[in-house]
Each structure stands twice: as C-alpha cells, then as structure tokens.
Design a protein around this ligand. Structure first.
Ligand code: SAM
Length: 200
C-alpha cells in the first residue's frame, strides 16, 4: 500500500517514474559502479545475454552504460550497438564511453517517451535490463521494442525490481510478444506472429 512516506520517497528517488532526477541518476550510477568493481556484476549480467558477433543490438534503458563496452566487443566491428535511454545523463555517459574506449560501433539515442529514432525491424537483439519495473505504460514500451526488433529477433526483458509474475502479466497484456524461454534473471520474447519459431 502506498503511504505518504513512500509517495514522498518515490518523488525524491524517481522510483516508479521514468524520468529519474539527476541526483538519483548519479547515486544509481555510483552504486552500480561499486557493484561492478567489487562484485563484477555487469560482466556476469552481460554474459547471460544471447548476443553474438556481427549482430545489431539495442540496449534499451542503458542507464550509466555499464554494458556498452562488452556489447561493443561482442558484436565486433561488423556489428552495431544502439544505446537508448530517456535520460540525458545516460546519453552523456554513453558518449563519454564511446570517446574514452573508441567504440566505433556504438551510437547513443535519446528516447522521447516510448519512442526512439531507430528504424523498424533493425535489431537482432533488444535487451531491457533493470528498467521494466519503472515503466508506467508497459504496453507502450513493448510496442516500441517490438517495432525495432527484427521479425525473428529476440527481446530480453529483465524483471528489475518487480516479481516475475508481474513481468509476465505485463508482457501478456501487451498482446504483442510470446515468451520463448525464461530463467532466473530474465524473460526471452519474440514477436507473437513468429510463435517463437527459430529463423527459417
Ligand atoms: C535502473 S536504470 C538501469 C540501467 C541499465 N539498464 C542497467 O541495468 O544498468 C533504468 C534506466 O531506464 C531508463 N528509462 C526509464 N524509462 C525509460 C523509457 N521510457 N525509455 C528509455 N529509457 C528509460 C532510465 O532513464 C534509467 O537510465
């Protein structure tokens, strides 16, 4: 149940809202950095994603861009990584990393609500990690993910801070995706019309 206290806390942290205040974005980035330095969390999370060389991948809701370097190296010079986020600080982070690590196959794209400037059916893999719980209109976000993924591409959705049942309920409610597989960490989806069939 939401109390005055939790509402106030949510207002400060941005939790449950998609436009995180700058201070919270910085705090979140710092906490993620600590978990990477001391626990190698990003490496572990990234290793679970089904990404291959030469693919076009989209990191949707990339935040502090902690997966960008791994994604760039995995897809290689013939692949491409699009890092999408609604927050301008996330876009700055991506651009800083592109410059620092000379990531020539990475591009940052700022989302506007539930849309971004990527063409239809561009991505082999779209992954949305630790962000789905924040989304106020999940069907609208899923519509955008479904628009940019290739017909036989896959969409990986991590629960974030919500139970798996809720993630699945939201995916089913959209009517756009079918769930091909799931593990402890995320749900792997395809466009509903493909009925989760592998590429012909
Ligand atoms: C908790 S962070 C996770 C960042 C990153 N995926 C990770 O796991 O390290 C959630 C991110 O989702 C972004 N976000 C929230 N709503 C969004 C939307 N509608 N479109 C794009 N990004 C969004 C936020 O700005 C934030 O950077």
């Amino acid at each position: 149940m939401e109390t005055t206290h939790t509402t106030h806390l949510n207002r400060i942290t941005g939790y449950g809202r998609e436009n995180i205040p700058n201070l919270f974005f910085k705090m979140m980035s710092f906490a993620m950095k600590l978990s990477d330095v001391f626990a190698g969390q990003s490496e572990r999370n990234f290793s679970r994603l089904p990404i291959k060389e030469r693919q076009i991948v989209v990191d949707y809701g990339c935040g502090p861009a902690r997966y960008i370097q791994n994604a760039s190296e995995t897809v290689g010079p013939k692949g491409k990584v699009f890092a999408v986020d609604i927050h301008p600080m996330a876009i700055d982070n991506v651009n800083r990393k592109i410059e620092k690590h000379e990531l020539t196959n990475v591009e940052a794209i700022q989302a506007d609500g539930y849309s971004c400037a990527l063409p239809n059916r561009i991505a082999d893999v779209v992954y949305a990690l630790d962000m789905f719980h924040m989304i106020e209109q999940p069907t609208e976000l899923i519509r955008e993910l479904a628009r940019i993924v290739m017909f036989h591409g896959i969409i990986v959705i991590e629960d974030g801070h919500q139970p798996r049942e809720l993630t699945i309920e939201k995916i089913k409610e959209s009517g756009l995706l079918c769930i091909c597989s799931e593990n402890k960490y995320h749900v792997v989806c395809k466009l509903k019309e493909t009925k989760c069939l592998p590429p012909a």
